[in-house]
Design a protein around this ligand. Structure first.
Ligand code: NPW
Ligand code: K
Length: 493
């Protein structure tokens, strides 16, 4: 699924109006009906509704939604916030359409706002994708008052005050909805953890916007939803043998962190690799043999941490990093590995921290190496950024400059390809923010690379399946009780 910027959303709107053809007023009606259909599935008529409208097209949606809901037997109160004299054409037309049906109250000052009761639903249709500056004055006061209300808030298209495709300032006044019901495509703003409070649960409703425009639109931003995630799978042919699925090598663990090696290895084995060898320091030998008899063990001559690179000839992909520490000899191992490797590589955890401290090694990364930092690791690697939009730009530049693929881990893990394209992942949950969950991802990615998924597809599909397994684990065990091993136990596609 594509994520478009504001300018493209406007063009998409226009392309739909021109090519379908449909009047802009009827398109607004269709959008409002789609919103109401979503609403009916969630709330029955016992709950009263207050709809707050601005005077642009988002407010026009608010008026149309009020009219349609009222026609379906909901008790609806409608407020228009009079922060300006100007009103959009479609707003005005919808005002006429509602006039004899529901009383519309004009709010010229904050004291004219209604009081709210507990189970009262608020629909926020103040400002939409046309936001051009922070909300101020009466609008800001109204937004604060709505945020203080006890009942659920549902934003039409996007929370009022939130920019679609650029960062807000910390001081901006923005609606904090429980739900956002957005039209046709997800918005870039929803992907940013900094906007969590201004997004709530978001839902995309189809309003039949021009498919050709969407297909032709060029954007670096994509959303890996269920269908685009599943589509990347490589099915296992009937006449395949273990050689078909490659031989993965995982280099992981040090004294006290052999668990990281176990987790990444188990995840690798459970993600379909034909053969798996794990290279660990001597202290990890028995632990690995016992916890994963399916793996072959390559024992480092050093007791407590990895100090040598094994013979690499037989491997089809290599993952390095989980729990390896940053001993000087281990740094040399990474250096030597980068010089020798001829197969796809994934670098994570301590190996990333080594890269941060030895930036000269960055130059040695083979093309399309996957790196999978969490935000702190990424900051150590690439530097600070003022906000998450800037961080994403930094990551896109980094990926292009070093010709690598970055899995920037977080609520919507961003897979950033070496051409700068970004694929936000849809799966996963907060229960996965727990020790070892990154090691599991390393194992999955190594496994997919060994099975000859392209590095791009391995990253997008691996992150997707990792999140999906995490969602299954959370369902069975709850987000609180689940641990990284539960993610492994729920792998499988
Ligand atoms: N895209 C689609 O396909 C469809 C879109 N639809 C709906 O249209 C919505 C977009 O509508 P929209 O463009 O009229 O924008 P919206 O945000 O309602 O108002 C902009 C007005 O507000 C003003 N303004 C801006 N910031 C302000 C501020 N801080 N404080 C005060 N004023 C401010 C701004 O002024 P200006 O920037 O011109 O000075 C302008 O006058 C979209 O979110 C969706 O709900 C559906 O109906 C159908 C399909
Ligand atoms: K809104």
């Amino acid at each position: 699924m594509k994520i478009l910027n504001v300018k493209q959303i406007r063009e998409l709107d226009a392309a739909t109006i021109q090519n379908e053809p449909i009047s802009s007023l009827n398109l607004m009606e269709r959008a409002s009906q789609a919103f109401v259909k979503w609403y009916e599935g969630r709330f029955d008529t016992t709950k009263s509704i207050s709809v707050f409208c601005g005077k642009g097209n988002n407010g026009g949606d608010g008026l149309a939604i009020s009219r349609i809901l009222s026609g379906k037997g909901y008790h609806v109160r409608v407020f228009v916030i009079e922060y300006t004299k100007d009103a959009s054409e479609d707003f005005q037309q919808n005002l006429v359409k509602i006039e004899n049906l529901i009383q519309v109250k004009s709010v010229y000052e904050i004291n004219a706002m209604p009081e709210f009761v507990d189970d009262h639903v608020i629909i926020d249709a103040l400002l939409g994708s046309g936001l051009s500056r922070p909300a101020e004055g009466l609008l800001a006061e109204v937004i604060k008052k709505i945020n203080d209300a006890p009942g659920p808030i549902i934003s039409v298209d996007i929370a009022s005050g939130l920019y679609v495709d650029k960062s807000n300032e910390k001081a901006d006044t923005i609606i904090e909805p429980d739900h956002t019901v957005t039209f046709q495509l997800p918005k870039l703003a929803f992907m940013m953890p900094q906007n969590a409070a201004f997004t709530g649960d978001w839902h995309v409703v189809d309003i039949g916007l021009n498919e050709k425009y969407i297909a032709d639109a060029s954007t670096p931003y994509h959303f890996t939803d269920q269908s685009s995630g599943e589509a990347l799978v490589k099915f296992r042919e009937k006449f395949s043998h273990k050689g078909t699925f490659g031989h993965a090598l995982i280099m992981a663990g040090s004294y006290g962190k052999i668990g990281a090696a176990v987790l990444s290895s188990r995840a690798c084995a459970h993600s379909g690799a034909g053969l798996l060898t794990v290279h660990v320091p001597e202290c990890g030998y028995e632990i690995l043999q016992i916890s994963l008899p399916e793996a072959m063990i390559s024992v480092d001559q050093n007791r407590n941490y990895i100090a040598s690179v094994p013979e690499l000839d037989s491997f089809s992909a290599i993952g390095i990093g989980p729990g390896i520490g940053q001993e000087a000899l281990t740094v040399r191992v990474l250096d030597e590995l980068l010089s020798k490797i001829k197969v796809p590589l994934i670098i994570d955890a301590d190996a990333l921290n080594i890269l941060s401290k030895h930036p000269d090694l960055l130059e040695k990364l083979p093309a399309k190496t996957i790196v999978s930092p969490h935000p702190k690791e990424f900051q150590r690697l690439a530097g600070e950024s003022a906000n998450e939009y800037d961080r994403l730009e930094l990551a896109r530049n980094f990926a292009q400059k070093h010709n690598v693929i970055i899995c920037l881990k977080g609520a919507y893990t961003a897979v950033i390809l070496s051409d700068g394209d970004v694929h936000f992942n849809s799966t996963g949950n907060a229960g996965m923010a727990t020790g070892g969950s990154g090691d599991v991802l390393t194992g999955i990615l190594t496994s997919l690379l060994a099975q000859k998924y392209t590095p791009e597809n391995a990253a997008i599909f691996g992150v997707f399946q990792h999140g999906l397994a995490g969602d299954k684990a959370a369902k069975k065990k709850t987000k609180t009780a689940m641990i990284a091993s539960d993610i492994i136990d729920n792998l499988g596609w």
